[in-house]
Design a protein around this ligand. Structure first.
Ligand SMILES: Cc1cc2nc3c(=O)[nH]c(=O)nc-3n(C[C@H](O)[C@H](O)[C@H](O)COP(=O)(O)OP(=O)(O)OC[C@H]3O[C@@H](n4cnc5c(N)ncnc54)[C@H](O)[C@@H]3O)c2cc1C
Length: 362
């Protein structure tokens, strides 16, 4: 079973910089609910491919929900397939198959003071958070935005406009490698130290994210005020029902067979007593025997649990373990802090204890 995918019209393609384009989708009235989103969430796009049927890729929404727009911004990846296909081929009037918004990189409180970190294309979820917090919240917003040089700054005009509109609440610090060199760990830590009671959201290239994460940890910023989004390419295909990808799925299955699964550690096979909180609903089951991963078990019970990649590559299906423990077959996204906080990917989760209580409410 796959989550329902939808074909949407492309309303507009906007050239943001020489190597980044924004794509605006038309969401018809009957799909507005399915495509409702919170700032920082992403869409999953099926990019057509002659070789594989499609390449599934996640792209953060760079628009803000209150604008009524559904806009993603795609930066070319050197030698990448999907990003270059989008930048080279997509135009207004085309259609693309998409999965609805997903993801947990989103502020719980729009009134909080926010310290936003964007590196290159990592600005996309971050500007959505900034726009929304400035429009709908009341706190201060500080953005540290690192780029190679001035020509690679995406959304320079919008940021200028937002600062002009909210001079008492919004501060942008541009860091240009061409002028200042790469930001150093010490510099990042010093900058962050002025905003130690703010909530951080960070997205950018891995070395940048690592430097920010290290600085925030060294400053003892509590875990609940440190958030990061990793940009990785999905390896699999969450668009399972699309006819043209059947061949692709067969190919993936071969690859899966060939790959040794990661060791999930000892898991329980006796029926598990499982309680689940999801969207204000409470479910209880006593017959999960660990032969399926948690996501598949919940789907078999008719629970509309969130997911996207099904491969442990994204965090759409993440839950928090409130009681007991879950092992994961594979995990590309959660770090040691996430794991210590009890966050697990349900698409990879097997029971480690016979009593389990999980929540999707974060
Ligand atoms: C939550 C999330 C949000 C993201 N948000 C953004 C965003 O806002 N903006 C942004 O720019 N990026 C974003 N990304 C990253 C994005 O999803 C892609 O990883 C990025 O665009 C690189 O994809 P690519 O296909 O161009 O490059 P690669 O993934 O590096 O392309 C190479 C891959 O494509 C395969 N390939 C090569 N040729 C073909 C072919 N003909 N058919 C099929 N496959 C082929 C290769 O086998 C190889 O696996 C996000 C990622 C995540 C997880």
């Amino acid at each position: 079973m796959a989550t329902e995918s939808y074909v949407l019209n492309v309303l507009e393609v906007i050239e943001e910089t020489a190597d980044a384009k924004s794509v605006v989708f038309e969401v018809p009235t009957d799909l507005q609910e399915a495509f409702a989103y919170t700032p920082g969430q992403f869409l999953t796009v099926a990019v057509p491919s002659d070789q594989t049927g499609l390449a599934a890729r996640c792209y953060s929404l760079s628009s803000s929900p209150h604008s009524g727009r559904h806009q993603i911004t795609v930066k070319r990846t050197a030698d990448g397939y999907a990003s270059n296909w989008i930048c080279d081929h997509l135009k207004a009037g085309d259609t693309l198959r998409l999965l609805p918004p997903s993801g947990i990189f989103t502020p719980k409180d729009l009134n909080a003071d926010l310290l936003l970190w964007g590196g290159g294309s990592g600005i996309t979820p971050v500007i959505s958070i900034a726009r929304t917090a400035l429009e709908k919240g009341s706190g201060k917003v500080v953005l540290f935005y690192a780029n190679r040089d001035e020509t690679s700054v995406i959304f320079a005009d919008e940021l200028r406009g937002l600062v002009a509109e909210h001079p008492d609440r919004f501060t942008v610090v541009h860091w240009l490698e061409s002028v200042q060199g790469l930001p150093t760990g010490e510099g990042i830590k010093l900058f962050a130290s002025y905003f130690a009671d703010y909530t951080s959201f960070c997205c950018g290239p891995p070395p940048f994210m690592k430097a920010v994460a290290t600085a925030l940890k060294e400053l003892d910023i509590p875990r609940e005020r440190r958030h990061q989004e990793k940009f990785v390419s999905l390896g699999g295909n969450p668009f399972g029902e699309v006819e043209e990808v059947l061949a692709f799925q067969a190919k993936l299955a071969e690859v899966d067979d060939a790959d040794e699964p990661e060791d999930a550690g000892p898991t329980v096979t006796a029926p598990v007593s499982l309680e689940v909180e999801l969207d204000g609903q409470h479910y209880a089951f006593d017959d999960w025997d660990g032969t399926q991963v948690l996501l598949e078990f919940l789907e078999s019970k008719g629970v509309d649990a969130p997911f996207s990649c099904r491969e442990g590559n994204c965090s759409s299906c993440a839950c928090i373990v409130l009681e007991g423990d879950l092992a994961m077959k594979h995990n590309d996204v959660l770090d040691a802090d996430d794991l210590a906080d009890g966050i697990r990917l349900t698409c990879q989760a097997l029971p480690k204890t016979e009593v389990l209580k999980i929540s999707y409410n974060g």
